[in-house]
Design a protein around this ligand. Structure first.
Ligand SMILES: Cc1ncc(COP(=O)(O)O)c(C=O)c1O
Length: 480
């Protein structure tokens, strides 16, 4: 504890106010920005999900700084895109070096870092799963999901896919067929084969009303029953042919509220998929790169995926790049020849260099142990808050993917309004820590819009975790 306290003091001294005038190149006030935005910017992206979007001017480590230079502890980290912290020096230096050497190259010419990054990821998967595969890149998460759908269709010649209640796999036309919320598809009519959605193992609110200690994976048994029945539309027993190509899964459900499935869940699910010839696509776009304490979250579950999709923290937020890895039989050059999928910027050198540096950082560090320990420490703090605040219904986590459910006075009914209040109070920047004004950036998610999903950088210190717990405590006290 003495070490922690010492670290806390040093760290807090480091939360220095920074002189922002040296970095802001255009002098423009928050108000002027808002006026121009109102006139010329679309409201179709997510900025306007809040009536007055918060303006930030600087970032460093796990903090964002607003126009008054108030530090905001960030527990969202660009939706899990900056696992190694803002302005990470090593990755920044590599990107600057790439800008100074080979910043641009057409995607049909060869160069070093694209090949070397592919090798790193392919070898990491040989080490983890004992499977030889190949890597294919694209410009972001949704585009990678599109590519994975193509890969599955190309190999299986099946149109239909499984996905989970609460799943989020992106908003492009194909990816939104796997995203569960109807709101993502409603304005755009019918454009592709919608996934067959089945319940996620959300044990705190089990859709079957079971208890995970005694249910014997009832939800997986239900899925097996769908296959065993000849008349559910998914399997023909006489030809032994399945209508479904793949099951797209998030190993810990991200936008659905950081739901952690029980230990044996994916093993049980994989047995069903193997028995009926369905591929497993493991979407690690949000949970990959040590968010849960492993390179891929699926490693906690001891199953071998056929395809892995990744993005976000691949470049630590320094370039929109994603990729998919697939085992050789699905993606070898005979079955997946040149041009099956491609985009002008898919092999861009700045993203590849950032990705290479991110992978190297993870290879060289001891993140497995560190994230597991920090995750336990953070979760213990949350459990303590759960005991003291009636309006916290459930806390849970795997590594540094953590959750808090906001509930009403009865201790269980989801309270979306309370969540909204907490998030907007955090953004006011008037919390006090160590005598200084500060704010807290929190992310919202889940099936019932009532869950805080905590996504700290994996480089967060114990002192900063203490600060996070204290600020969450202040927020619940303020709104309850
Ligand atoms: C699991 C998962 N898949 C896919 C996506 C889509 O990625 P992008 O927003 O980069 O298109 C996301 C984004 O949040 C995600 O969390």
């Amino acid at each position: 504890m003495a070490v922690l306290e010492k670290e806390l003091i040093t760290k807090l001294n480091k939360i220095n106010k920074k002189d922002i005038t040296d970095t802001s190149k255009i002098e423009i006030s928050d108000e002027e920005l808002a006026n121009i935005d109102k006139e010329y910017c679309t409201y179709g992206d997510k900025i306007h999900s809040e009536p007055n979007p918060k303006v930030f001017r600087d970032c460093n480590g796990v903090f964002m700084y607003d126009s008054e230079n108030i530090p905001f502890l960030d527990l969202e980290m660009w939706f899990a895109s900056c696992n190694l912290g803002y302005k990470n020096k090593r990755i920044r230096d590599a990107v600057v070096n790439q800008i100074d050497t080979l910043p641009q190259i057409s995607s049909h010419f060869q160069y070093d870092y694209k090949v070397l990054l592919s090798e790193k990821i392919a070898k990491a998967n040989i080490e983890r799963f004992g499977i030889k595969g190949r890597v294919h890149f694209n410009v972001g998460g949704s585009q990678v999901i599109e590519d994975a759908i193509k890969l599955v269709k190309n190999y299986t010649h099946k149109n239909r896919m499984f996905s989970f209640y609460g799943a989020f796999h992106g908003r492009t036309l194909g990816a939104s067929c796997l995203t569960a919320g109807y709101r993502y598809r409603k304005p755009f009519g019918h454009f592709s084969e919608e996934a067959h959605f089945v319940p996620y193992p959300y044990c705190y609110r089990c859709p079957y009303g079971k208890h995970c200690e005694s249910c014997n994976y009832y939800c997986v048994q239900q899925l097996r029953r769908e296959f065993e029945d000849n008349c559910t539309g998914i399997y023909d027993h006489s030809s032994k042919e399945c209508a479904m190509g793949a099951f797209f899964v998030e190993p810990v459900q991200g936008s659905g509220g950081y739901i952690v499935p029980p230990k044996e869940y994916f093993k049980e699910l994989k047995k069903v998929l193997d028995d009926f010839g369905v591929l497993l696509v493991d979407d690690e776009i949000q949970m990959g790169f040590y968010r849960t304490g492993k390179l891929w979250a699926i490693e906690h579950y001891n199953v071998k995926p056929d395809i892995i999709t990744f993005g976000k923290s691949l470049t630590n937020g320094l370039n929109p790049l994603g990729g998919m890895w697939a085992k050789e039989e699905l993606i070898n050059p005979e079955i997946w020849p040149s041009g099956r999928t491609h985009s002008t910027f898919c092999n861009n050198p700045i993203g590849m260099r950032a990705g290479y540096e991110v992978m190297s950082t993870f290879e060289e560090g001891n993140f497995e142990e560190e994230v597991a320990n920090k995750g336990k420490y953070f979760l213990n703090g949350l459990k303590d808050l759960e005991k003291r605040h009636k309006r916290i219904g459930n806390v849970d986590g795997l590594g540094l993917a953590l959750r808090i459910e906001c509930v009403t006075e009865d201790g269980y009914t989801p309270d979306a309004e309370l969540l909204n209040k907490i998030v907007s109070e955090g953004l006011k920047g008037d919390l006090i820590y160590n005598g200084e004004k500060c704010g807290l950036i929190l992310n919202k998610g889940s099936h019932y819009n009532n869950t805080i999903t905590l996504v700290p950088a994996v480089t967060i210190s114990y002192a900063e975790i203490d600060m996070a717990i204290e600020l969450i405590d202040q927020l619940f006290t303020r709104v309850s």
